[in-house]
Design a protein around this ligand. Structure first.
Ligand code: NIG
Ligand code: FE
Length: 413
């Protein structure tokens, strides 16, 4: 019996196996195997061993790669992005840094609504090329799976265009994509006086069509003050469940509205942001196993308080970290910077951060059975970091530590 690939001479192998998700103290208590090798067959992990004990697995066709004593982790997972969009918003940057609030820019027709205009007027090819460039960057940072949301159309045709671009990229690019419909991302100006009418259009026109076209697995809502309120969000989720979508929510990002509580009530797979989540909301989420997907680069960029992750971990919530890559609140594809903010901003330990961008992020997109850890039978997605240990990844910040990336056993970086 021979394998396709051996990665030998791994200084430290962070397998992230054992539980999915890691909660509480388990987030810090990860398995590190020293002087390890990993064997891959048919794109899946086949064996994990120590030293040079792999001779029984090789023949003339086996590729042997030398990790040169470096750190190996599972491929990183970015479980929250707004990958496909037109244009950029550096014109709002000056306003933002002088302190004009994010929601005020949105209320005046800027923010998300200005990206909606740019996305509507962009062609399929323009959106595809721009998003492809972002995916290339993410891959360079060691990201092998990305969740991608629509939400810059706010009408059926443009939402479908965005989702079709993402679905095509999922087939063309080495990164695997998970698709989310976020028609409820902002209230278009023409429905400002009657937002419930827009909610009805989302429910009756957009959600069934997107499902029929099989373009999205998840449905998400930006539940926020002056965007979608709790009752509107609940109504959208009720219909989403009937149609067979899994649920995600932008919850309690700026104002404490009760989004965390709602995520537990409707059993979302993840609730994201949570900077203003209540203690009760956090408790209810942990009871219902909702993953808390925290986006610290957004806090950093909006100059807001960080989410209270220490409390979440103490409450036995499964915490994941993602980029929230988008043209407004987080114009950066760099998940390694997010990891560094996990330590520097959220006060997580390096091991907790690694749990949060691997196995726990897999749970945030319901892919824990096939990715997120280096374990026999899972997809052979891994990163060799030019780093001697996990701590060094977070300590030496602002640079790219990637040495090599494998996706399903293929060398892609
Ligand atoms: O997750 N909060 C809502 N949506 C994005 C921002 C999108 C934008 O500003 O374009 C977020 O932060
Ligand atoms: Fe977002």
């Amino acid at each position: 019996m021979s394998v396709d690939l051996i990665i030998k001479n791994i200084g430290k192998l962070a397998t992230m196996r054992g539980k999915s998700p890691f909660i509480g103290k388990a987030m810090d208590d990860i398995e590190i195997i020293e002087n390890a090798y990993v064997a891959v067959k048919d794109g899946k992990f086949y064996e994990i061993g120590i030293g040079n004990d792999y001779n029984h697995l090789i023949d003339a066709h086996t590729i042997i790669d030398d990790a040169k004593g470096k750190l190996v982790t599972p491929g990183l997972i970015d479980a929250h992005t707004h990958l496909v969009h037109g244009g950029s918003r550096e014109n709002e940057f000056a306003k933002k840094i002088t302190g004009v609030p994010y929601l005020d820019i949105l209320k005046s027709g800027g923010g998300i609504l200005s990206t909606v205009k740019a996305t509507k007027s962009a062609s399929f090819e323009q959106l595809y090329d721009k998003a492809r460039k972002s995916l290339d960057r993410m891959l360079e940072f060691g990201v092998t799976t990305v969740e991608s949301k629509s939400g810059y159309g706010l009408e059926l045709d443009t939402e479908v265009k965005q989702l079709k671009v993402a679905n095509k990229l999922g087939k063309d690019h080495p990164i695997s994509l998970i698709h989310t419909f976020l028609g409820a991302h902002a209230i278009p100006l023409e429905y400002k006086e009657d937002p419930d009418k827009f909610v009805d259009i989302i429910i009756n026109d957009m959600m069934p069509k997107v499902k029929e076209l099989e373009l999205a697995e998840f449905c998400d809502v930006f539940c926020e003050d002056s965007v979608f309120n709790i009752n509107q969000t609940r109504k959208i989720f009720k219909k989403a469940k009937e149609l067979g979508y899994k649920l995600k929510i932008h919850a309690d990002e700026i104002v404490s509205l009760g989004g965390a509580e709602l995520s537990a009530e409707v059993e979302c797979v993840s609730a994201d942001h949570l900077m203003a989540a209540s203690d009760e909301g956090i408790r209810l989420m942990s009871q219902k196993n909702v993953v808390a997907n925290i986006l610290p680069a957004t806090s950093f960029n909006l100059n807001k308080e960080y989410a209270n992750v220490r409390k979440m971990i103490d409450t036995n919530l499964a915490v994941s970290l993602s980029s929230d890559y988008n043209p407004g609140s987080c114009p950066s594809e760099n998940l390694q910077f997010v990891m560094q903010l996990g330590c520097l901003g959220l006060k997580m330990t390096p091991n907790e951060v690694l749990s949060a961008v691997t196995i726990n992020a897999a749970c945030a997109i319901d892919r824990q059975d096939c990715i997120g850890s280096i374990d026999i039978g899972k997809d052979a997605d891994l990163v060799i970091f030019d780093s001697p240990n996990v701590e060094y990844l977070m300590y030496h910040f602002g640079i790219n530590h990637t040495y090599r990336v494998y996706k399903c056993g293929e060398l892609v970086v």
